[in-house]
Design a protein around this ligand. Sequence first.
Ligand SMILES: O=C1O[C@H](COP(=O)(O)O)[C@@H](O)[C@H](O)[C@H]1O
Length: 233
Amino acid sequence: MKIETYKTPEEALRATSEALVAVIKKSKSKPFHLALSGGSTAQALFKLWVKEYKEIIPWNNIRFYWVDERCVAPDEDESNYKHADQLLFIPLEIPANHIHRIWGEQEPKVEAERYSEMVKWELPGYSTAPRFDCVILGVGTDGHVASIFPNDMNLLTDRRVYAVSQHPITGQQRITMTGTVILKSSAILVPVIGKEKQEIMEQIIRKAKEYPASYILAHSPAVMVFTDREVSI
Ligand SMILES: O=C1O[C@H](COP(=O)(O)O)[C@@H](O)[C@H](O)[C@H]1O
């Protein structure tokens, strides 16, 4: 794992974007398979991409997937797809057939299986775990990544591609990429910004307790963390 610390959230997001540009340049994959996260960090990243990376990132070569989705309709505010669509795909005029959304409105177990099969067909590595060219993860204040929460650590080593999970407080069902597939990705970019993430980052770095985020950060050399606070390893 590599951690880079920046003075501001904007700088940390810019560094994440530069890392993505470098990964795409180095990759031989055509198309390039990129899995997005949801939440406020991803939304800030999408805004930055539209503002500063419209001409820099080769959008036409990218196929978009999700690390996780909430089990809601695509027009609901909780939908991770909805924010990506409004903030990124519509402004950049990304063709619909380049976007592989998780159908959050379907029966969760059936959809986790359908999406797993679709990803296996689209990506290299059908017979084993599929390998994304890059996944972008967020870290929650409770230490979750994707929709793998601290009360369901088994999903980190689950052999499926996507599985159903549940938010421990709201009970909302989610569909999440498993840790097995996250860790197989060629690059794992993790922007962690904002004061509210300070405490969890400290706990992760100090290895105070095992969280889904600490497990992912510790188990792949492909992980790069971009944060806006001073962290010492
Ligand atoms: O619920 C989710 O939360 C995490 C973190 O989101 P943030 O708002 O703290 O940036 C996100 O990575 C995940 O995709 C999302 O579904």
